[in-house]
Design a binder for this molecule. Structure first.
Ligand SMILES: [Zn+2]
Length: 258
């Protein structure tokens, strides 16, 4: 009985780590086979995951994905909002998308010197069709989420977002959606009081949206229509993701054509 339960527990751990990081489940399975005892397994898991993580950064380009910069300096125009994205392997895109992202960050820094463009969830290093949950569409390296730009009382707040991971602080500019099921459209009403009080930096946000909508490599950009309207941005590439997908008045999503 105990053995059965522990096997079930390990199976759940392998599945959860695979869904969260793509490679973590493999590291857990290796630790399970080659080490005895919780501490030894944990050490082997961490060591194995570190090896796989480093190996992925070298191997992924052979499979058409590259890592967005994880170790950028404080002054860099492009970085990840949270130190969690890279260790979890959620920072891979196709080279064309990496180029668009770097170009956007450089453009923003040129137009508004000192601007930091911050990436959120991108994609896993391997296997087209392997979704990066909870995003159903981030499965081919051609999609990337970006944090909004914010300001506090002192003006533009580089590197800051109301929530520590850059998601889920809604601007209250969501489309009027009926409650449908199943839907990934979360309002997270209670969480809104947890976040830092920052205002959207409208000029920067509008400029980034306009640049993305203009760039011929970009296929579409998801942002809630009321927010796009507030920012005075429109165009055929600025789209509404629909009422069944996550809200986009806390971050933006863009993608390049296949
Ligand atoms: Zn997205």
């Amino acid at each position: 009985m105990r053995r059965g339960l522990s096997l079930l527990g390990h199976s759940i751990a392998i599945m959860a780590l695979t869904l969260l990081t793509q490679l973590g489940g493999l590291a857990w399975a290796v630790a399970l086979v080659f080490a005895r005892g919780t501490l030894r397994r944990l050490v082997l898991f961490l060591a194995g995951y570190a090896v796989l993580w480093i190996g992925a950064s070298f191997a992924a380009p052979q499979f058409g994905r590259v890592a967005l910069p994880c170790f950028s300096s404080a002054e860099a125009a492009l970085s990840f909002r949270s130190p969690l994205y890279c260790p979890l392997n959620r920072h891979y895109v196709v080279p064309e998308l990496a180029a668009v992202t770097v170009d956007l960050a450089e453009h923003m820094d040129r137009v508004f010197p000192g601007t930091k463009t911050q990436a959120l969830d991108a994609g896993f290093p391997f296997i087209t069709g392997f979704p990066l949950l909870p995003h159903l569409s981030h499965d081919d390296g051609r999609k990337l989420d970006l944090a909004f730009y914010y300001r506090d009382e002192g003006g533009y707040a580089p590197g800051q977002t109301p929530s520590p991971i850059g998601y889920f602080a809604f601007e209250g500019a969501g489309a009027d959606c009926p409650k449908v099921w199943p839907a990934l459209r979360w309002d997270l009403v209670r969480a809104q009081s947890w976040w830092r009080d920052l205002d959207l930096d409208a000029p920067r946000q509008a400029e980034a949206l306009r640049w993305l909508a203009r760039d011929p490599r970009v296929e579409k950009v998801f942002v809630e229509p009321p927010l796009a309207e507030q920012l005075g941005v429109w165009g055929p590439k600025i789209r509404f993701q629909g009422c069944r997908a996550a809200r986009h008045d806390d971050h933006l999503h863009f993608q390049i054509a296949p």
